[in-house]
Design a protein around this ligand. Structure first.
Ligand code: ZN
Length: 247
């Protein structure tokens, strides 16, 4: 057994056998790991309050030679998303972070920048302020995982959008100019294109003071969700909640 200790974010749990849980963990040191938390549902001392998705913990776990699943030994809560109030949008946003990370992270591959981005987004995700961190997280995650196309020029011809809108299509990669857009494309507005450039340049707290309605950057979020979904080859269930809320 090789013992490990790392900061980590809980992504998901599944019940297995009686009181045991299978846990998916985004660790800072080794990336995504999965393991069994034995008697987790009974042992408040070892895992009390630390198993909710998007809880930031210090995790102790043990690796067994030649076994893919680790043994989760103990979690200490560093920050719980449940310490602040939760409404439907905030719950949906937290579920979205967890579902995206669970699906885009490769196993055992450290992603320190993405880890720090996630903590920064979590800190900004409050009941009255979810749309900005949601947009920021979506854009940067897509970028850091290597799936973000050029956001300032046409994928087909390279012409810069400058003061023009861009177009995207659910079945193809990238953004297109008006000449190369596919039939039934969606529009990405000039405001959202400019905002994407700012998000790529500025730290998240620089955007935190601005008013964000649910309509702001709605087209950009849809473009990012479609991009993520095409790469992971499945729908993101939690993203449906944003459409229901009109964002
Ligand atoms: Zn073009």
């Amino acid at each position: 057994m090789i013992p490990h200790q790392s900061e980590a974010i809980v992504l998901r749990t599944w019940p297995v056998r009686e009181a045991d849980l299978l846990v998916s963990l985004f660790t800072r040191d080794t990336g995504k790991v999965r393991g069994v938390a034995k008697a987790a549902l009974r042992s408040r001392k070892r895992f009390g309050g630390a198993l909710e998705p998007m809880t930031y913990v210090r995790a102790a776990y043990s690796e067994k030679p030649r076994e893919e699943l680790v043994q989760m030994d103990q979690f200490e809560v560093l920050a719980s998303p449940l310490l602040q109030s939760v409404d439907y949008l905030r719950a949906a946003t937290l579920a979205f972070y967890a579902e995206v990370l669970e699906n885009v992270l490769p196993d055992h591959d450290p992603q320190d920048t993405l880890f720090r981005l996630t903590l920064a987004a979590l800190e900004q995700t409050r009941v009255d302020a979810c749309w900005m961190p949601l947009t920021y997280f979506s854009l940067w995650t897509t970028r850091l995982i290597g799936w973000l196309p050029e956001t300032d020029r046409c994928t087909d011809c390279g012409v810069r959008f400058a003061d023009d809108v861009a177009y995207f299509h659910v079945l193809t990669d990238g953004l297109s100019c008006v000449r190369h857009k596919k039939p039934n494309s969606s529009v990405l507005s000039r405001d959202s294109l400019a905002l994407a450039q700012r998000i790529l340049r500025e730290p998240i707290h620089a955007l935190a003071e601005e008013a964000w309605t649910r309509q702001r950057a709605q087209d950009l979020r849809r473009f990012l969700v479609r991009t993520l979904e095409r790469h992971i080859e499945r729908r993101l269930n939690s993203a449906a909640a944003f459409a229901r809320l009109g964002g």
